[in-house]
Design a protein around this ligand. Sequence first.
Ligand SMILES: Cc1cc2nc3c(=O)[nH]c(=O)nc-3n(C[C@H](O)[C@H](O)[C@H](O)COP(=O)(O)OP(=O)(O)OC[C@H]3O[C@@H](n4cnc5c(N)ncnc54)[C@H](O)[C@@H]3O)c2cc1C
Length: 498
Amino acid sequence: MSKVSDELYEEITTITGKDRVRNDSFERRMYSHDLASLPKLMELGFKMMPDLVVKPKYDEEISEVMKIAASEGIPVVPRGGASWGLGGAMPVEGGIVLDLTRMNKILEIDEENLTASVEPGITWKMLQENLLRRGYIIGSYPSSAYAATVGGWINTGGVGVGSYKYGSAINQIISMEVVLPTGRIISTNGKKSSNFGGIDLNRLFFGAEGTLGIITKVGVRIYPAPQELRPVSYAFSDLNDLSKTVRVLTKTDIVPLHISFLDRNHFKFLREIGMAEDMQQLGGMLNIALEGDSEVIDLEDEIIENIAIKCKGEKQSQEFSEHEWKERFYELRTKRAGPSAVLGEVFVPVSSMGNMISATNKLIAKMKLRAAITGMVSDRNTVVFMPYYLSDERKLIRNIASLSFVKKLGDLAFEHGGRPAGLGLFFSGNIKRMYGHGYGVMRDLKDVLDPYDVMNPGKTTEGLTRFGIPIPSFALNLGMNVMSWVKHLMTKDKGVSA
Ligand SMILES: Cc1cc2nc3c(=O)[nH]c(=O)nc-3n(C[C@H](O)[C@H](O)[C@H](O)COP(=O)(O)OP(=O)(O)OC[C@H]3O[C@@H](n4cnc5c(N)ncnc54)[C@H](O)[C@@H]3O)c2cc1C
């Protein structure tokens, strides 16, 4: 049964106009999942189809919708580019999906104070391109920048391209405007300068995965465009040598813009789709982007070269390095060899990088997947692993059994002193393991800010099915183990071109 009656539908259309409210089944189906397309079987546990899709343009509209939702107990799910795969933007109890991509304007660029005020639905790519035309850049952004929105990346607590130098999404924020679950509109800072002292409200909403409020405006830091950006790439025949280079580099004073890596399988898949040369001896590629004044870069380039060569790295041509830098947005290009791909994401300490690579490779071999390891170094302490496997959605059982890779990868991260990136719906069962007693405080905060439990319910601090019952973690673990064993017993995956 729909949670939105005909009367409420009419009321909501008077807020936004009829053209920005949709209740037809085609549109609702489109909004029933995020990046991860899920088997229909999932509908037994979750009411993934929203009852209504609303496409607001102004914060006041969102505030009015939230007031109705709070008084009627209707779940509201904020959604940006839907490029996160953990079910954050997927309804679990139906209700309203708020598509924020129509709020995509740059409201102000303040060149004096080096800030820009933007709406939450603008993509990082669009923002960066606009700023570059004026001689400015944004510090860091996700490699999914073509689809990822400003509000979405902040809510997933993201790190990405440029995080080694400029930090995570939180470091890009000066202030935010947020519509609370009760409809109240607040500002987290209200100034164009940094906020010191007091409770940091920016941090409160950062990484909240759309469960504490809806971000409707963001004040971001901007920087003058650098004199030079120089990518350098090193090929290694052994990934252990690549890891050693990273460990040495993190202990120097050099702060590259970005450090990322790709294993041999990634290039093998690229070759399968006709987009790479034969690189038989390759174990992995280390890509480093240096940014700043050319004289400083010359020096940094030389020091890095000494480190990499001592660790048996082979410097690649400038042309190749430039190509790798351009490819930073297209790591899933290889999915054509699948013809689909599923991405996992976990954080581990830098010291565990080598062991995590070996453990991930063992898991890939055990599950007989066609998979590649890619990742980045997000700061001196942390490596982000983003391995992916190629899949074929038409092979239902094989496809379902393979999904357990992402859960198993998360377990490996815990074993190596790290954790999965994000909770969403699918990893919400990890919250106690990740935060211990801090979990109780998070839950209390959620209850205070969202007294009617309408703001993206069933996620993050709780993993709930459509019946309001928690996803049983024992059954989930057992199910995942069974699925990975089923996959282990199957023949090796074959690609479309293999
Ligand atoms: C190829 C590829 C590369 C990727 N690279 C990276 C990377 O480098 N770094 C990284 O961190 N992630 C990466 N991701 C994951 C994903 O793209 C990012 O998390 C992205 O920032 C999500 O943004 P989105 O707009 O798509 O959010 P969505 O998927 O729409 O939403 C994500 C969560 O945020 C909430 N939300 C969205 N907008 C708002 C808002 N305005 N207010 C409140 N809540 C909101 C949603 O409810 C949901 O819980 C990658 C994914 C892919 C497929």
